[in-house]
Design a protein around this ligand. Structure first.
Ligand SMILES: [Zn+2]
Length: 130
């Protein structure tokens, strides 16, 4: 199953299936759930959100799209214009996915704001060990 890229400035009110709409200006992407349930899936773009890459073969989004908030609970990758299906997520996987997302954010903000307490504790620990 293929998904085409359409670069837009603002998201159209009506999305077509099989199209990934990307607004780099507003750092957001949207598409209709690849399972065909027609739910709108919005994916913010940014260092702690999804990463959009425009390959010659088609668009890619990283990480995967986990629609656990939708009734269909579909999970897939958009990889170079191709929909690659994954298994449905169990509750444990959903929790693990959310925890990984948290860690990604924490790491990102620790780099941005090195004076936050966790960064100071980390440096102190490193100095004790080193
Ligand atoms: Zn769906």
């Amino acid at each position: 199953m293929r998904i085409e890229l359409e670069q837009v400035r603002t998201m159209p009110a009506r999305l077509e299936p099989g199209v990934l709409y990307v607004s780099e200006e507003f750092e957001t992407a949207a598409h209709l759930c690849a399972c065909g349930c027609r739910s709108k899936v919005r994916t913010p773009l940014g260092p702690t959100e999804w990463r959009f890459t425009h390959y010659a073969e088609g668009p890619s989004l990283q990480p995967s799209i986990g629609n656990w908030q939708l009734p269909c609970k579909s999970h897939y990758w958009i990889d170079r214009g191709e929909i690659k299906w994954s298994t449905k997520w169990s509750h444990e996987q959903i929790a693990a996915g959310r925890a990984a997302e948290e860690r990604r954010r924490e790491h990102h903000y620790a780099v941005l704001y090195p004076d936050r307490w966790w960064a100071r504790v980390w440096r102190w620990l490193k100095s004790m060990l080193g």
